[in-house]
Design a protein around this ligand. Structure first.
Ligand code: R7I
Ligand code: MG
Ligand code: MG
Ligand code: MG
Length: 317
């Protein structure tokens, strides 16, 4: 394992939070004005506020740190619900808010999560948006990462595509963290192993088209048109992966690409940020973003604790 491993863990956590906060003002706008993105990302000095994406990712990071990398569903459900109750105005999805209210009243997650959306479970990206910390502990291999991602997902998201989204984003984060910096990243070498861990034919199909799109130099709006930019896991997770694969070593370009897709911009930019940060380090995060990020110390504390665990249990050599 590389000596830089803890730096990659902090890079992923901090850049996921920055992507969330940078994308948040544009959530739901479609299309997004390029000059507005550039001003907000690169010239503004205003506070950047993170949303439910980061709040939930921090809960999962702390959970993994405390449990030496393992996932306990009952505990995690309880911790996510408590975070929601403590700070419910971070922009949670409607299904998620309803679920957390039920959990706070003592309903078991198994039933509450299964009953969402007329009994099919949520296909939203809420399990994928928080899952990066799982991918930052790949010491037991990608199969273990996928298994932990699944366990972390089902407490809120039981639709198979939402679970696949969490698995795909966790495995992608692990592959980014294990990749060699400044050598070209072959999209096929990232997408193929991810496809080995997802279950549904629909998610397989959504991932299969990414290499050709990325190698063809597709623009942000072209990717959004082909892949989608919505709140469903099956759209937003491949969208974030495309943004990362288009600009794997240029953090501001990747985040601008993600926000430029429009739609679920906080979540797509956050997942893109996790991937870029895992490949780079926290030293590559623009200094101004760190200064502008509200709650940055909370993010740094969780990221550093996870990084210490990652260092003690390093990635595969
Ligand atoms: O998945 P979830 O936590 O939402 C995360 C999103 C991110 O963009 C965050 O930034 C935040 O803004 O919310 O929350 P859910 O409520 O489970 O899912 C999100 C949305 O997806 C729901 O509010 C629905 O609009 C939609 N959705 C569905 N619609 C119809 N049928 C999810 N599942 C279904 C479904 O089965
Ligand atoms: Mg959000
Ligand atoms: Mg939203
Ligand atoms: Mg969102």
């Amino acid at each position: 394992a590389e000596l830089s491993w803890p730096h990659r863990v902090r890079g992923a956590m901090v850049l996921a939070a920055c992507g969330d906060a940078l994308g948040a003002p544009f959530e739901g706008t479609d299309p997004v004005d390029r000059a507005d993105i550039d001003d907000w990302m690169n010239r503004s000095t205003q506070l950047m506020a993170y949303t439910d994406d980061t709040a939930s990712a921090l809960v999962l990071a702390d959970h993994l740190t405390r449990r030496h990398g393992t996932v306990g569903e009952d505990e995690l459900a309880d911790e996510l619900a408590r975070e929601w109750a403590r700070d419910p105005d971070r922009g949670y999805g409607h299904g998620a808010a309803r679920l957390f209210a039920e959990l706070a009243h003592g309903r078991p997650w198994q039933r509450a999560a299964a009953e969402l959306f007329d009994g099919q479970g949520s296909y939203g990206n809420g399990a994928a948006m928080r899952v990066a910390p799982v991918g930052l502990l790949p010491g037991l291999g990608l199969g273990a990462v996928a298994g932990r991602a699944r366990r972390s997902a089902v407490v809120t998201h039981q639709h198979p595509q939402a679970v696949d989204g969490a698995v795909a984003q966790a495995v992608a984060t692990a592959l980014a963290a294990l990749s060699t910096r400044d050598t070209p990243l072959d999209p096929d070498r990232i997408v193929t192993p991810i496809r080995e861990h997802v279950d549904t034919a629909e998610f397989q199909a959504a991932l299969r088209r990414l290499p050709a799109l990325v190698n063809g130099g597709a623009s942000s709006t072209q990717v959004a048109g082909e892949v989608g930019n919505g709140v469903s896991a099956i759209q937003s997770v491949p969208a974030a992966l495309a943004a990362f694969l288009r600009h794997p070593d240029d953090i501001p370009a990747a985040i601008a690409f993600a926000i430029g897709m429009g739609g679920d911009t906080d979540t797509i930019a956050s997942m893109t940020g996790a991937l870029c940060g895992a490949r780079r380090t926290e030293r590559d995060v623009p200094v101004m973003w760190g200064l502008r990020l509200g709650g940055a110390s909370r993010v740094w504390t969780a990221a550093s604790a996870l990084a210490r665990l990652a260092q003690a249990t390093p990635g595969p050599a």
